[in-house]
Design a protein around this ligand. Structure first.
Ligand SMILES: Nc1nc2c(ncn2[C@@H]2O[C@H](COP(=O)(O)OP(=O)(O)OP(=O)(O)O)[C@@H](O)[C@H]2O)c(=O)[nH]1
Ligand SMILES: [Zn+2]
Length: 394
């Protein structure tokens, strides 16, 4: 746990850009939220966390309220602009020139980020809280796996929470527990309806920055309403849908948990497209991760498909999901490489009599095992994502 003073010693602000910590902080190296030290008296620094970014303004929640202000609306000092220092939601920052009465200030320095995600754009997040329901909607292991893989791909800790346990028997709950433990997870079983397990969730969110995720209807909003008192939610967020504004894909805002910690809800994160290199996929299945820790595949670039002497392929429940997602990740990689080289999408075909015509290239050999239907669906989603992103203001 670092203190404000530790942070002051490692400030980057004027000393260059953010370290490229990407979205893959190594497992086991997961940061805790900084302890609530606000005003570093020796240097009179005002320190806080950026909880929202709106146009060129940053809403900064101070570690400790000063005078009557607990948040300040800040601009970014021009010297940060000059060095290209971006300010993200979740950033720990130093504020200068506070105007306590007007509630204004200027972000002068940004502490080095411990983690950084780009979709949603959030710095220093510690964990993903993945919420599913056991019933209504019935828990679908395949969909759960997709969300788990997406959550794992952030490099953050993954906390799985199964809601609506009031709708199933204890026997059913235990069956799910055993099954998920075999996958490598220790889920929290909760019921927002009856209150079971909510305190355990609170404990796990304490002093951390948590990104909540999960499909529609599982009870995320109901859970958020339990965790954050009505009074602290801003107008427009009272349904429990935190920060769901016009910019659905990238917009993210942090909300204060009364027991300590911050919670972010980003609807874009609830469309779990698998947008990472195929080689990484095995790392996102705890079962595969474990096999790779215990053994080594014959080929260093093994995709764990049908290569000889592979330690990953084999008899584990989610191996078929692995294979399906692998194909999807390969398609995505191919799509990206075609984006960067548009000519590669088309080939010139002779139509006879000296005429030529551009036609889309057929899939390359390594992707042929993908079914047409599967490919079509996924590409449609990829194109949609791509267009959506193009249209985003950030
Ligand atoms: N039986 C039961 N119903 C619950 C529980 N938690 C939530 N619900 C109900 O499930 C329905 C969906 O809950 P929401 O909180 O709106 O779900 P959501 O995940 O926010 O859904 P989206 O807004 O579509 O993302 C509501 O009718 C809730 O009352 C629970 O623990 N048990
Ligand atoms: Zn292998």
């Amino acid at each position: 746990m670092s203190t404000g003073k530790d942070e002051a010693e490692t400030l980057m602000g004027t000393r260059g850009g953010s370290p490229d910590c990407g979205n893959m902080s190594p497992p086991g190296d997961r940061p805790e939220l900084h302890s609530p030290v606000t005003l570093d008296e020796s240097e009179s620094r005002i320190i806080g966390t950026v909880v929202a970014v709106q146009a060129n303004y940053y809403r900064v929640q101070l570690d400790r309220a000063v005078a009557t202000a607990s948040t300040l609306l800040c601009t970014r000092r021009s010297r940060l602009k000059k060095i290209g220092q971006q300010v993200m939601v979740g950033d720990r920052v130093v504020i200068e020139e506070p105007d306590w009465e007007g509630g204004r200030g200027a972000v002068a320095e940004v502490f080095p980020r411990q983690t950084e995600l780009d979709r949603p754009a959030i710095a220093n997040a510690n964990q993903v809280l993945l919420v599913f329901a056991i019933e209504e909607p019935t828990l679908d292991p395949h969909q759960l796996t997709r969300f788990l893989v997406k959550a794992e791909s952030t490099g953050l800790s993954v906390l799985l929470c199964l809601n609506k346990t009031d709708l199933v028997s204890e026997q059913e709950r235990i069956e799910w527990q055993e099954r998920l433990e075999n996958w490598g997870y220790q889920p929290l079983f909760i019921s927002v309806e009856t209150g079971v397990g909510i305190n355990a969730v609170r404990d796990r969110l304490k002093d951390k920055i948590t990104l909540i995720s999960g499909p529609s209807g599982v009870g995320k909003s109901s859970l958020i309403n339990q965790l954050i008192p009505f009074a602290t939610l801003r107008v427009g967020d009272v349904s429990g849908k935190l920060g769901r504004g016009r910019h659905t894909t990238r917009h993210v805002e942090l909300f204060d948990l009364p027991t300590g910690g911050l919670l972010a809800d980003s609807p874009g994160f609830n469309q779990p497209n698998l947008d990472f290199p195929p080689r990484e996929l095995a790392e996102y299945f705890p079962e595969a991760r474990q096999r790779l820790q215990e053994g080594t595949c014959q080929f260093s670039d093994c995709l764990h498909r049908d290569e000889p002497n592979c330690v990953v392929s084999g008899d584990w429940e989610r191996y078929d999901d692995y294979l399906e997602f692998l194909e999807e990740a390969i398609i995505y990689e191919d799509f990206l490489s075609q984006q960067s080289n548009p000519e590669s999408i088309m080939k010139v075909k002779s139509k006879g009599k000296g005429t030529e015509q551009n036609e889309p290239k057929l899939e390359s050999k390594k992707y042929r095992r993908v079914s047409r239907r599967f490919e079509h669906q996924n590409l449609e989603q990829l194109y949609q994502d791509f267009e959506e992103e193009e249209n985003q203001e950030f």
